[in-house]
Design a protein around this ligand. Structure first.
Ligand code: GLC
Ligand code: CA
Length: 583
């Protein structure tokens, strides 16, 4: 891989700004709130922040529908606040990664406002239009609206096409109808995007997380996709994900923008992307992206209906196989990101762990962190994970805010699912699970706001909050902090390869991180709720007998632990070197 880049050694933290910290009492987190918490993040061991969109937006999809890429949404603050945040981060040697949402913009963006008025407007070709099924030309004004061009489904349910009467055409929206897809085949679109990227890079940001970037090129024939279970609109990513043209666009973006900022990093959000395809985005020779977020490990408990279905029981050997595929697949060919959640996912501690009872919740959160974040790659901690925040179960659908959740619920109920069953799915799978406000303290509204929060807090905040989790020695925050500092303090965590030591074991995750010079560290986790014993590999038993424990949960002062018989959710990170010696 050549020289180590800053982003390969950095610990990242993802902020969902609406829910992080409100400083003016309007119930919405803001930029000043982030600035105020920089010391908190620095102390936790964070080097860089991925900030979800803070651009001007009508908030149909909470900022992922951008009205003006050059403006900060007033509810988050001003451009002055943004400049101040960047300056304060620089002063702490921290980097800011912005969200780049350019598969689509808002229908309230000036481009679309102009585009929708007339087919002759120069901005018309900024979007993807079609006159309707089997038509080459728009039908006459006043004639009936033709059927949609094809059966593509929107990710937020219903058709991916919306009728625009003024031009007698449909426009494509893979997400909500207020998120028209941009036409990347138009060079003017690409140049406008590059210009905007330069604007932000020139401000001193360190790079971009690229929203659904593998969807930017669509099959120009816009064909129907094969029908499925009698569904009227069908999802089939083959027609818009990972197309060859996407790679060409990214290479152009690299040539025109990214290569001019050699220190900058990029991370692409890549749904539906297997490892061979992933390599093509991140191989340094291809000059596309620094890293990607792959999603295979997040589908581990998906039911047959996908994300919005009751989860099925997951199986650890399969999960490990997925993780191995990426660790081994990218080794020497690209760089992994490590993460267990984001603003679109239910909380991992509620998926793989146990959340009733303080002791087991804490142990589960730590076991998950150790299982995923100590492999090779750059770790991304999503806000609240460092205190073991859990899913929420609001008693009624009116408490939910997320468009994806609300559209799922409406459609499920109108298709005959009972309200209580639909709500149960929401409790387990909604994106709002990750979007309840950050729980800072046991004070009112968890210290997130002095006003009325835009979405209610998880009622468990008096128990689960930063204050408790950082003051108590067995708190989740205490553990995350140790883990992140440990990662940063020894290059083996960046450079060492990752070898699975227990691929078939149904409860244990055990891996070795090895350097070419023979140095090694071991991570052992019982990612289950039962005691377990196993045949400890000789080198590991040896390391345990003569070496030192770098990180453990529970600690030996909490409970007597051993490597052969592991307690539920036990974690041991072991170095073969006696304590005090450095590698
Ligand atoms: C990405 C974002 C998600 C958003 C969608 C459309 O998946 O992470 O929050 O709804 O793209 O922009
Ligand atoms: Ca605010």
């Amino acid at each position: 891989m050549g020289m180590t880049q800053w982003w390969q050694q950095a610990n990242f933290y993802q902020i969902y700004p609406r829910s992080f910290l409100d400083t003016n009492g309007d119930g919405i987190g803001d930029l000043k709130g982030i600035t105020r918490k920089l010391d908190y993040l620095k102390d936790l061991g964070i080097d860089a922040i991925w900030l979800c969109p803070v651009y001007d937006s009508p908030n149909d999809d909470n900022g992922y529908d951008i009205r003006d890429y050059y403006r900060v949404h007033q509810e988050f603050g001003s451009m002055k606040d943004m400049d101040h945040l960047i300056a304060e981060m620089n002063a702490r040697n921290m980097k800011l990664v912005m969200d780049l949402v350019v598969n689509h913009c808002s229908d309230e963006h000036e481009w679309f406002q102009k585009a929708r008025v007339s087919r002759d407007d120069p901005y018309h070709d900024y979007f993807i239009w079609h006159p309707g099924r089997n038509l080459d030309e728009p039908s006459a004004p006043g004639s009936p609206i033709p059927p949609e061009p094809n059966n593509w489904a929107s990710h937020f349910r219903g058709s991916a096409w919306e009728w625009n009467e003024a031009t007698r055409e449909y426009y494509l929206h893979l997400f909500s109808r207020k998120q028209p897809d941009l036409n990347w085949e138009n060079p003017a679109v690409r140049q406008d995007i590059y210009k905007m990227m330069r604007f932000w890079l020139d401000k001193g940001i360190a790079g971009f997380r690229m929203d659904v970037i593998n969807y930017i090129s669509k099959d120009p024939d816009l064909p129907d996709v094969p029908a499925r279970d009698g569904q009227r609109y069908v999802h089939d990513s083959r027609y818009y994900a990972n197309r060859e043209r996407t790679h060409e666009h990214l290479q152009e973006m690299h040539r025109e923008v990214l290569s001019k900022y050699p220190e900058c990093m990029t991370i692409g959000e890549m749904h539906q992307t297997p490892v061979d395809e992933g390599i093509r985005y991140v191989h340094p020779d291809r000059r596309e992206l620094s890293m990607i977020f792959q999603f295979e490990h997040l589908g581990i408990d998906n039911g047959p209906g996908g994300k919005y279905d009751l989860p099925v029981s997951w199986d650890l050997p399969r999960l490990k196989q997925t993780l191995r595929t990426w660790q081994e697949g990218l080794s020497g060919k690209g760089w992994n990101s490590l993460y267990t959640g984001n603003h679109d996912q239910p909380r991992m501690v509620s998926r793989l762990g146990v959340t009733d009872g303080k002791k087991m919740r804490r142990r589960s959160a730590k076991a998950i962190a150790a299982s995923f974040l100590l492999m090779q790659g750059s770790p991304f901690v999503y806000q609240g994970e460092e205190i073991g925040m859990t899913n929420v179960a609001f008693p009624d659908i009116d408490s939910y805010r997320d468009i994806e959740t609300l559209n799922y619920y409406r459609e499920a109920v109108s298709n005959g699912l009972s309200e209580s069953k639909a709500l149960r799915v929401v409790h387990l799978r909604s994106r709002d699970n990750a979007r309840t406000p950050m729980q800072w303290s046991p004070d009112a509204h968890g210290g997130f706001t002095t006003g009325v929060p835009w979405i209610s807090l998880n009622p468990n905040y008096p128990d689960i909050n930063v204050r408790n989790e950082s003051r108590e020695s067995d708190g989740v925050h205490t553990f995350y902090r140790s883990l992140l500092h440990m990662r940063r303090n020894d290059p083996i965590w960046t450079q060492g390869t990752c070898e699975d030591l227990a691929p078939e074991h149904p409860q244990i995750i055990a891996y070795a991180r090895r350097m070419e010079d023979g140095s090694v560290v071991y991570v052992v986790v019982n990612l289950s709720t039962r005691d377990t014993s196993w045949d400890v590999p000789a080198e590991l038993a040896d390391a345990c007998a003569n070496g030192s424990v770098l990180l453990a949960s529970p600690t030996s002062s909490e409970e007597e632990t051993s490597l052969t018989k592991l307690l539920p959710m036990q974690v041991m990170v072991i170095s073969p070197l006696p304590s005090g010696s450095t590698s």
